[in-house]
Design a protein around this ligand. Structure first.
Ligand SMILES: Cc1cc2nc3c(=O)[nH]c(=O)nc-3n(C[C@H](O)[C@H](O)[C@H](O)COP(=O)(O)OP(=O)(O)OC[C@H]3O[C@@H](n4cnc5c(N)ncnc54)[C@H](O)[C@@H]3O)c2cc1C
Ligand SMILES: NC(=O)c1ccc[n+]([C@@H]2O[C@H](COP(=O)([O-])OP(=O)(O)OC[C@H]3O[C@@H](n4cnc5c(N)ncnc54)[C@H](O)[C@@H]3O)[C@@H](O)[C@H]2O)c1
Length: 485
């Protein structure tokens, strides 16, 4: 560091250039504002280099082979294992070899001012960036946006901090497939990565504190647990880890001890027990925000940080804890970018109005998520349990996906399940869940139905093409009609 200090005034400063920050910056710039985007590592953030894209690239080859094995006549052609080196190389190509040159060119083309360095708040509208060239101070005329993402949590397991282990970053960027992998945490990341590595030849043990995918309907967890077992994953459900060690030294095997006395041995240990918002070192105290490390930054639907009444500080994406998924971060980012532009132009009286371009309203009612295991899980909105916890009068309708003609074409012995959660008073869908091979693309229809609050009576006229998986909609709606007639 040279110690040089420069000072500049810009319209908007965005801290963090992940998917969320990039989109905030782009949308604010499109509304005529001069935007500086500060990123300290790879422009593009977690999703592109260490999360969504590489994990899906690791999963896809196993799924493709399984799909062929599930079809008589095709099965004999796919007897062997995937070419692991080629799979890892394809994964690496998706991360552009962990080089962000393409993203930098995009930012340049989009008219954004990219500053490399670590940013922190230093009082109202003031951001200090420490980079290789020294420090610079940015004064924001209109807004500062925090889009700093999240970091993995480490559970309180004795010996774990001192025991070399993988985070999801290490797993998704692994240069080789370990012979034995122990995975702690059976949420979305743990389930996906267990199956990916098992299908690439690792002997995988997965520890679920309660059950696999506990945040979803029980039927989902049971089916995915069966799918994981079918891929060779040794699932330990209802077990807590109590101690971790590498008794033979840092390069020796890792042992994870469970409370029931089981000792799981691996070459690598992946800890995938959730993430917390990245707020440490952001200088929040300099703008009067007093909160514990890891707590989410609370925002209104336009992304304004509620603890800063002057209204110049915004946050979006994982750091808000609202819906820690790439697509929801980008959605919030579009609203934040738009509203900053509108407010700067004095055109945002009364905002954020629900469902306007300035409000991330869907975060409350319609967050879609796909878990890319085999079977896949696609879910949007409320589960039945969550609806009942909220005291909502709901009914559920379920269908067996195996009964749908399109499913029988996709795979011999196709197994899958679908459920709608219906608002009993208004006859609209509050939530939908599908589990089975290739259900991911069913999800957007459900998301539209939830966001549009389409009455079931009208939805019945949306005729699914034959023979597709979407025919499950017919089964669900017919069944509901019979039962409520
Ligand atoms: C293994 C895994 C798989 C996932 N798969 C999916 C998936 O399939 N689909 C999906 O929707 N979501 C998925 N997610 C979640 C998704 O990755 C996140 O929701 C998303 O990356 C959040 O984007 P973000 O922009 O808010 O944060 P990030 O992507 O974390 O970006 C934040 C950026 O801010 C930078 N930064 C932080 N602090 C500072 C600072 N002080 N100064 C400058 N820069 C800073 C960081 O370097 C980083 O680049 C997955 C997550 C994991 C862990
Ligand atoms: N396809 C996708 O959309 C996708 C894929 C991977 C990750 N993600 C996102 O990334 C984030 C991180 O994923 P994640 O799976 O780590 O988080 P998660 O919150 O989905 O799951 C964490 C799991 O770890 C368990 N756990 C916590 N402490 C534990 C302990 N001490 N012992 C055993 N289990 C413990 C929890 O019960 C939970 O099941 C989430 O927001 C997730 O939605 C999304």
């Amino acid at each position: 560091m040279t110690g040089t200090l420069t000072e500049r005034v810009v319209d908007v400063v965005v801290i963090g250039g992940g998917a969320t920050g990039e989109n905030v910056a782009d949308f604010a710039h499109r509304r005529g504002l001069e935007v500086t985007l500060v990123e300290r590592a790879l422009l593009g953030g977690e999703c592109s280099y260490y999360a969504c894209m590489p994990s899906k690239a690791l999963l896809r080859p196993g799924r493709v082979l399984a799909a062929a094995r599930d079809v008589r006549g095709a099965a004999p052609a796919v007897g062997g294992m995937p070419d692991v080196a080629a799979v890892l190389a394809r994964r690496t190509s998706f991360t552009h070899h962990w080089d962000d040159g393409a993203q930098v060119r995009w930012a340049d083309g989009a008219g954004l001012d990219l500053v490399r360095g670590t940013a922190r708040l230093d009082g109202e509208r003031r951001v200090v960036v420490s980079g290789d060239d020294g420090e610079q101070v940015l004064h924001a005329r209109h807004a500062v946006v925090l889009a700093t993402g999240s970091v993995p949590t480490t559970p309180p397991v004795e010996g774990l901090p001192a025991t070399r282990h993988w985070t999801t970053r290490d797993a998704t960027s692994a240069p080789a497939v370990p012979r034995r992998l122990v995975v702690l945490g059976a949420g979305v990341a743990g389930a996906e990565l267990s199956q990916a590595f098992a299908r690439l030849g690792a002997a995988v043990s997965l520890v679920a504190r309660s059950r696999v995918l506990a945040g979803f309907a029980p039927e989902v967890g049971e089916r995915v647990a069966r799918g994981l077992a079918g891929a060779g994953v040794d699932v330990h459900a209802g077990s807590s880890a109590v101690r971790a060690e590498r008794p033979e030294g840092p390069d020796g095997p890792v042992v994870l001890h469970l409370e029931n006395g089981t000792a799981l041995v691996g070459d690598e240990l992946l800890v995938a027990t959730g993430r917390r918002p990245r707020t440490r070192g952001l200088g929040l105290e300099t703008v009067g925000i007093d909160q514990s490390d890891g707590d989410p930054l609370m925002v209104d639907d336009s992304g304004r940080v509620t603890a800063v009444p002057a209204g110049w500080l915004y946050a979006a994406g994982d750091v808000t804890g609202r819906a820690p998924l790439t697509h929801q971060g980008k959605y919030a980012a579009r609203a934040v970018g738009e509203v900053i532009g509108a407010r700067a132009a004095g055109r945002a009286a009364g905002e954020p109005a629900p469902w306007s371009a300035h409000a991330a309203t869907a975060d409350h009612v319609a967050v879609p998520q796909v878990v890319f295991t085999d079977p896949e899980v696609a879910h949007v909105g409320l589960t039945a349990a969550a609806a009942r916890e909220q005291g909502r009068p709901v009914r559920t309708v379920t269908a067996d996906l195996a009964d749908v003609a399109g499913a029988s074409i996709l795979a011999d012995d196709y197994a899958g399940w679908a459920q709608l959660v219906v608002d009993d008073a208004r006859d609209v869908i509050l939530g939908a869940t599908f589990v089975g091979p290739d259900v991911a693309e069913l999800l957007h229809a459900a998301t539209i139905a939830v966001v549009g609050e389409v009455p079931l009576e009208r939805l019945w006229h949306a005729v699914p093409a034959y023979p597709t998986l979407s025919e499950v909609w017919l089964r669900l709606l017919d069944d509901d009609r019979e039962r409520t007639a």
